[in-house]
Design a protein around this ligand. Structure first.
Ligand code: PEP
Ligand code: MN
Length: 265
């Protein structure tokens, strides 16, 4: 694919699950020339008893990954109370997840630091809400990430089937089983916001959480890049079917390598 600038690629498993797991994945990611590894130590899970990360132990493993492989570490911070821990373990980029895009206490606390932030679009955030979130991150280098919109979720939301069909028919990237509505058409609208242009904020896409189905992740990644995304953040696992979170959407290491080859072509 032709790019003015090399796309930003952030890759890694949904969660840090064990020392072995993160080392195996990190080694492969490094060997493919990737700069950023993303993995969660604190996971915002929908259901109470789902695996919610290794916490501090996860951050410890990520620091080892950073030191051993020279990868930059991206990890989600769910509460301002954890900021000291993220600093102690030298996390390079703080991810603010979709659920926290409008957690203003968290944004304002992080906004007092100058740690880079990966800010994800809230599941239903409009453009003004996106601007409001970025305004709070006054001192941070920000990467903004679209990740699909929760206006149509087929498994858990009861929605008029006719409306669903209209949405699917009118969105070339959508099919009925996706976890979220694919918001690729918003990439350029976000890139045109004044604050994004003025601060030179890269706008990337998350194919994994937006569609939720591993077999569609490569296609959505390429479409996002073709439609103006400055990069992608993608969930990659050495054994997706055994993953402790988001197992349906993680692609394996070979699939990731194939996708990179297609991006580089
Ligand atoms: C994630 O990226 O790990 C995640 C939970 O995604 P989101 O915040 O977009 O739901
Ligand atoms: Mn995930």
């Amino acid at each position: 694919m032709n790019f003015e600038k090399k796309p930003i690629i952030i890759a890694g498993p949904c969660s840090v699950e064990s020392y072995q797991q993160i080392m195996t994945i990190a080694q492969k990611i490094k060997s493919l020339g990737i700069e950023y590894l993303r993995a969660g130590a604190f996971k915002p899970r929908t259901r109470k008893n789902s695996f919610s990360g290794l916490g501090e132990e996860g951050l410890k493993y990520l620091l080892e990954v950073k030191e051993k492989f020279g990868l930059k570490i991206v990890s989600e911070i769910m509460s301002e109370e954890d900021l000291e821990l993220f600093q102690k373990y030298k996390v390079d980029v703080l991810q603010i997840g979709a659920r926290n895009m409008q957690n203003f206490r968290l944004l304002e606390r992080i906004g007092k630091t100058n740690i880079p932030v990966l800010l994800k679009r809230g599941p239903s955030a409009d453009f003004d809400e996106i601007v409001g979130a970025i305004e709070r991150l006054e001192n941070n280098k920000v990467i903004f990430c679209l990740r699909g919109l929760k206006i149509m979720q087929t498994e858990n939301l009861i929605i008029d089937k006719k409306i669903q069909q209209i949405l699917v028919d009118n969105n070339p990237w959508q099919h009925g089983e996706h976890r979220n509505y694919i918001d690729i058409e918003d990439i350029n609208k976000v890139k045109n916001l004044d604050i994004i242009k003025k601060r030179n904020i890269p706008v990337i896409y998350d194919p994994s959480h937006s569609c939720g189905i591993a077999s569609d992740v490569p296609k959505i990644s390429l479409e996002a890049l073709r439609n103006g995304a400055d990069g992608i953040i993608i969930e990659v696992h050495h054994n997706p079917s055994e993953a402790l979170s988001d197992s349906k959407q993680q692609i394996d290491l070979d699939e990731f390598e194939n996708l990179l080859n297609q991006i580089e072509k």
